[in-house]
Design a protein around this ligand. Structure first.
Ligand SMILES: Nc1ncnc2c1ncn2[C@@H]1O[C@H](COP(=O)(O)OP(=O)(O)OP(=O)(O)O)[C@@H](O)[C@H]1O
Ligand SMILES: [Zn+2]
Length: 477
């Protein structure tokens, strides 16, 4: 059984083969941190989380890196509006990211590089591009000379000539950067600091990096010159990923990634759900309204990952229904405990069918069909047990089906907690936990370590783990 995946670069479904046998290097372009994550971000994070989990399930060792864009015009705008700093805005929404994605059961990446922590790598890359004639300085800015890279457009299939025909010169002339560029399609690698903006020293003067260069630098720093999978939303194919390719490949002469994978958009009334458009529903709003996190996962996984999905109340209701069916199956072993011999039995035929489905370009709906089949059968058996006291099916067979369901559901990050466990961890609301963490931070600042330890222990007793880092404190249940 071979995994085949659709590669945006070649526009074909191809057999999956890694650079290094048994190992996958994977990079996902994460969020720009100036607001709470919405369901579009949830979709991207869930899809790549499951791709990673699935690759691990079929035996690969996966190294998974996801960035935070923490320098950006939109973050700066937010910080001005809030009379705060860019760091403070980024920090707040990075913490919120971990809270929200933690609730959705997204596994943490191996590393989360940030633009502000990658300044050396970024500058080194710009310098090399300049040396090789792909970049030119202009008045404190540095631009990438798009026409110098012959393969520009290979990912998106766009040709500069065609784009030129459609470009509106009037709009561009008004753009101050336009005056400095040798060609309207050139893009900024480095931007000179404007008064009052945060800036980093550089050979081109104080400034900050453009958006695209950070990913090229992070991939190179953390994963190397050629990675196996580069992922992101379909909205990033052009110009972001096209520009990443132009930057990295001009320097290394090697493919940046073998496979380029893109998730489809979450849409609202036919338009992309987006922070900029303001038509978004945040993950926390939806969960705080009582939608179960696993229903959100199902909402995403019930669709082919490359196709757009509409966010509607009906779609969430259907996903919730689906989750309740799966949950009954997943809890079967707890409710009717003591089934079977206690051995780890699994049903090969179901595992095989699950893999056959998912191996076909990550066909998650196909994989889910196997889960639903198992869950429905276990639900039927549970009904028989309830009404007739026992079932004809052997305890071993039931245990086998249940354990297979639990194992395969875990690959999709779908986990049901038995009531007993839920009651021990749901004592505190998220707000209460945040409040306690703030109190603990205040105690630590005041060097009252006895108090800060007491709060940590109290949270621990509620099943909450704190993770301290130099970027602040995160928690998970
Ligand atoms: N509506 C959506 N559906 C699916 N994926 C999305 C959606 N919006 C953003 N993404 C993906 O989430 C990741 C992080 O996005 P990012 O923070 O850059 O959002 P953004 O595009 O700047 O914000 P917005 O478009 O909401 O203003 C990217 O991989 C992006 O492709
Ligand atoms: Zn990127």
């Amino acid at each position: 059984m071979t995994l085949t995946i659709y590669n945006t670069l070649t526009r074909r479904q191809e057999d999956f083969a890694t650079v290094e046998p048994g190992k996958v290097k994977m990079y996902y372009c994460g969020v720009t941190v100036y607001d709470y994550c919405h369901l579009g971000h949830a979709r991207a994070c869930i899809v790549w989380d499951v791709v990673r989990r699935y690759l691990q399930f079929i035996g690969y060792e996966v190294r998974y890196i996801q960035n935070f864009t923490d320098i950006d015009d939109k973050i700066l705008k937010r910080s001005r509006e809030e009379h705060s700093s860019m760091e403070a805005v980024a920090e707040r929404y990075i913490n919120a990211y971990f809270e929200d994605m933690g609730r959705l059961g997204i596994k943490e990446a191996d590393e989360y590089p940030r633009a502000t922590h990658t300044m050396n790598g970024i500058q080194r890359l710009i310098h090399e591009l300049e040396n090789k004639g792909f970049a030119y300085p202009a008045d404190g800015d540095v631009y990438y000379a798009v026409r110098r890279f012959n393969e520009y457009g290979k990912l998106s299939g766009r040709k500069l000539e065609d784009m030129q025909a459609g470009a509106s010169d009037r709009v561009q002339v008004a753009d101050p950067e336009y005056q400095k560029k040798k060609d309207p399609f050139d893009f900024a690698l480095w931007k000179a600091a404007k008064p009052g903006e945060p800036a980093w020293e550089s050979p081109w003067g104080p400034g900050r990096p453009g958006w695209h260069i950070e990913c090229s630098a992070m991939v190179r720093d953390r994963l190397g010159e050629t990675i196996d999978i580069h992922a992101g939303g379909a909205d990033l194919i052009f110009p972001h990923h096209e520009n990443e390719i132009a930057q990295s490949e001009a320097v290394t002469g090697k493919p940046l990634a073998t496979y380029w994978l893109h998730n489809g958009m979450v849409k609202v009334d036919g338009e992309k759900m987006s922070k900029s458009l303001g038509n978004f529903t945040t993950i926390r709003d939806l969960l705080n309204r009582g939608v179960e996190p696993m229903a959100v996962r199902l909402f995403v996984l019930m669709a082919q990952y490359r196709k757009p999905i509409d966010f509607t109340a009906d779609a969430i209701a259907a996903a919730t229904n689906g989750w309740h069916t799966l949950k009954e199956g997943l809890l079967f072993g707890y409710e009717y405990g003591g089934v079977g011999s206690g051995e780890n039995l699994t049903s090969e035929i179901h595992i095989q069918r699950f893999q056959e489905a998912v191996n076909d370009d990550f066909n998650f709906p196909g994989g889910l069909a196997v889960l639903f089949e198992l869950a429905k059968e276990l639900r039927r058996q549970a009904n028989i047990i309830v009404h007739e006291g026992k079932t004809e099916t052997s305890p071993e067979e039931l245990q086998k089906q249940w354990q297979t369901l639990v194992m395969l559901a875990e690959v999709f990050g779908l986990v049901a907690q038995p009531e007993a466990e839920i009651s021990s961890t749901e004592g505190l609301s998220d707000g209460e936990i945040d409040h306690l963490i703030q109190q603990r931070q205040a105690a630590r600042k005041a060097k009252d370590f006895a108090e800060s330890d007491r709060i940590r222990d109290q949270l621990q007793a509620e099943g909450i783990t704190l993770i301290d880092s130099r970027d602040g404190t995160r928690w998970h249940r």
